[in-house]
Design a protein around this ligand. Structure first.
Ligand code: NAD
Length: 550
């Protein structure tokens, strides 16, 4: 059975120093006297028994004394290696503060320095030299994985090719699955597929952890991925495989190849789409407009842009409108200008959005020509939403939708303050990087991040709990609608198009319930539909508060 896997069910708990060295069981100074007696821990620990709350305070105090984000990352990583429950308590109870350390933006620094800060391996490393042996490697993993996050390290955040150092991303992402949605840590398996790197700095770095050759490509690459996918299915039947930070040329291909064959999704494409659709649905609650009547102009035409556009189309088609009309809502601008029908240089994922129109190279000119209701920045080119563009948007629309989603902050198309100031406070704004509230004309506006972690943890939980055989577009639509329904009138009144991040556990449970419901309704689930799906979801959520071992 995939769910309800409890650590070493039926196996006697270790004793003495082995107990303290097991991060899934260790409680450090919080072992009670009775537990110390029962498991031979007397003398191995200082005499005072602390509560987990005291340990959390101590951890936060020490963390806050560190100034460099990378030092904070290393400290939290070491805690993760020593005491999982305490690590996850710290993350769960302080998501706003800790997420930027264990995930973006600090995880990017961590990947760049991975060889230097390396202490203990976590997850599995599979290299091209392991062809023919991948199943043996997977069998070496000590638990029954329920979810794998896998990267080949070629497009790590906005940092490009980080080779095997990209492992920081699956590790960080799986920590969020556990912290935000309570997916049990023992179900989580991070994997780096090391096919080499074209990053010369890494190839010349004596501390680099990966193989020293250029990336393998073509059939050799595809065969390695195919062996991995097959071996993962055989070793962990029904496992959910999330592709993460693959470069465009592989991400779309692999998703298309595997999405109808196994239980899989790509968060960069599909998770992003769901959270951004949520932001659009919230904005439409304010403007009163219909999705099918919008004109969405994407600056960028990569994984995020085409993923969002595809989900917008699905949402409009679900309202009974033909797909050809739905596609007309979305327009893309790539590095060569507006994506139009006459262009002959377009990658397959852009073709559905290549409409009849004159070619225009310059983004402000595209805005003037198309008069969009929304501009959505996902090209990682900082500062593109200039004062001129924002003023034009405010002239065209009573309430323009402005999403500056590119990361890191230096790549944002505009800041929150620029968006509000440039539109006279009219912009319905969401961002990819965190921005502080902005006070304008006596009003305080609270921009929220279109963070993927609103969606993927709950989606993964719903898939795992229902033992769904596939991850479908309908599930992402349901996730977006569920998240949008959790945006309150008070959120909207302060300009927030997404709920507070501090509600993530509740949000994830709601999204998991919506996703699992679809699995049951569509015959995709591997178990019978429970009477109360939300209660079933909640009963599967890992709680990082210490359990008694007696
Ligand atoms: P990607 O590499 O797949 O796509 C980037 C796209 O930008 C490509 O289509 C490219 O042609 C286009 N581009 C590059 N230079 C351009 C230029 N000068 N003018 C116009 N277009 C240009 O990357 P992605 O995964 O789509 O991510 C893009 C950005 O969005 C990144 O900064 C990423 O951090 C951000 N993002 C944010 C979120 C979020 O906020 N939740 C989610 C995903 C991605």
């Amino acid at each position: 059975m995939k769910t309800k896997i409890k650590y070493r069910a039926g196996v006697p708990l270790p004793r003495g120093i082995d107990m303290l060295h097991d991060p899934l069981l260790n409680k450090g100074t919080a072992f009670t006297m009775a537990e110390r007696d029962a498991f031979g821990l007397r003398g191995l620990l200082p005499p005072h028994v602390h509560t987990q709350d005291e340990q959390v305070s101590r951890t936060l105090m020490n963390l806050r004394q560190l100034t460099a984000p990378l030092d904070k990352f290393v400290a939290l990583n070491a805690l993760h290696d020593r005491n999982e429950a305490l690590f996850f308590r710290v993350v769960c109870d302080n998501v706003d503060e800790i997420q930027p350390i264990i995930y973006t933006p600090t995880v990017g620094l961590a990947c760049q320095s991975f060889g230097r800060i390396f202490q203990r391996p976590r997850g599995l490393f599979i290299s091209a030299a392991d062809r023919g042996h991948i199943k043996t490697i997977l069998r070496g993993w000590p638990q029954q994985a329920g979810i794998i996050v896998v990267t080949d390290g070629e497009r790590i955040l906005g940092l490009g090719d980080q080779g095997a150092n990209g492992m920081g991303i699956p590790v960080g992402k799986l920590s969020l699955y556990t912290a935000c949605a309570g997916i049990h840590p023992t179900l989580c398996l991070p994997i780096a597929i090391d096919v080499g790197t074209n990053n010369e700095t890494l190839l010349n770095d004596p501390f680099y952890i990966g193989v020293r050759h250029k990336r393998i490509t073509g059939p050799a690459y595809d065969e390695l991925i195919e062996e991995f996918i097959t071996a993962a299915q055989e070793t962990f039947p029904g496992v959910l495989i999330q592709f993460e930070d693959f470069a465009n040329h592989n991400a779309f291909r692999l998703l298309a190849r595997y999405r109808d064959r196994i239980c899989t999704f790509n968060d960069d494409i599909q998770g992003t789409a769901a959270v951004v659709l949520t932001g659009i649905l919230s904005a439409l609650r304010v403007t009163g407009g219909k999705l099918a009547d919008q004109r969405l102009l994407f600056f960028g035409a990569g994984e995020a842009a085409t993923g969002i556009a595809d989900l917008v189309v699905s949402a409009i088609v679900a309202q009974g409108i033909p797909e050809s009309a739905a596609r007309q809502v979305c327009w893309l601008v790539d590095s060569r200008g507006l994506v139009v029908k006459s262009r002959t240089d377009l990658a397959p994922q852009k073709l559905p959005y290549a409409h009849e129109h004159a070619a225009i190279a310059d983004f402000p000119a595209v805005v003037r020509a198309l008069k969009p209701t929304a501009i959505i920045g996902v090209a990682a080119v900082g500062g593109t939403f200039t004062r001129e563009v924002l003023e034009d948007m405010a002239r065209i629309n009573a309430r323009p939708i402005v999403f500056a989603l590119s990361n890191p902050t230096s790549k944002a198309e505009c800041t929150a303050s620029e968006a509000y100031q440039g539109t006279g406070g009219k912009a319905l704004f969401a961002c990819g990087s965190p921005f502080d509230p902005v006070t304008l004309g006596g009003n305080t506006l609270v921009p929220r991040q279109g963070n993927n972690s609103y969606i993927f943890p709950g989606l993964g939980l719903g898939v795992i709990v229902s033992q769904s055989r596939r991850v479908t577009d309908e599930m992402f639509l349901a996730a977006a609608r569920t998240l949008a329904a959790l945006v309150t009138e008070a959120d909207l009144a302060q300009g927030s198009l997404l709920p507070a991040l501090s509600r993530l556990r509740e949000i994830s449970a709601a999204i998991a319930t919506a996703v699992a419901t679809i699995a049951y309704e569509r015959g995709l689930a591997g178990k019978a539909r429970p009477a109360d799906i939300l209660a079933d979801v909640k009963s599967e959520m890992y709680d990082p508060r210490y359990q008694s071992y007696i």
